[in-house]
Every structure is written in structure tokens, then in C-alpha cells.
Ligand binder design. Sequence first.
Ligand code: MG
Length: 126
Amino acid sequence: MAIIVLAEDDEAVRPFVKRALEADGHLVHAFENGEEALDFLCQTEKHIDLLLSDIKMPIMDGIELAGSVARILPKLPILLMTGYADQREGAKALQALIIDVIPKPFTLALIRAKVNETLIDNAKRL
Ligand SMILES: [Mg+2]
């Protein structure tokens, strides 16, 4: 079981991803923009295992969120997701800070596999 912070502004995608990860036994804290996710990450006393964030969101996007989180919580693995090829390119500047960028649309099986693979790899690193 891992504790995951999910940032996704799409009202359809957010519960879809949350339920998919909960089905694997993870605890998911879901937020609708980067600012809310960042506030939570700054305030929580829980150990968070993974940040999964959409890139294109209002108020604070996933790029800005990843940059801030990398400074505050440098060991927290970050996975980004986007439906836009140009944003996948833009995220290359963040390559050192993030694990991967997952292209949308994705299947339930793919997002679960990607998250679980990241959690296992990270556990091995520790
Ligand atoms: Mg979005």
C-alpha cells in the first residue's frame, strides 16, 4: 500500500485514476490543481510515496508543481501525465526531477502498471 497524491483538473479523469489506484490498495489524496496538491504536500505529516500529476491544469500546472515539489521533497517520485505532445517535449527540461511523462489517453491497466512499477523501483533505490 502506498500513499499517493494525485493532481488532475479533469473531472472525469480524476475519479477514474483515483479508483484505479485504490483498487490496488493505495491511499489516494486527489486534488484539482497543482496549488491544492502543493499545499497538501507542504502541510501533511504523512509520508507520501508518489506524486502523480496532470500537466495542463488551472492555477498551478504540473510543471510548476513538479519544480516546487522537487525543491521541497527531493526524494518524492513524480509521474506526470499529458494528452499534449508539446507538453511532453516541454517536460524534458524536468527530466532530472521526474520519473516519466505518461501520454493520455491511457488505460486503467497502464496507469496502474506505471504507478506500481515506479513504487517498486523507488523501494529498491532506498
Ligand atoms: Mg488537465
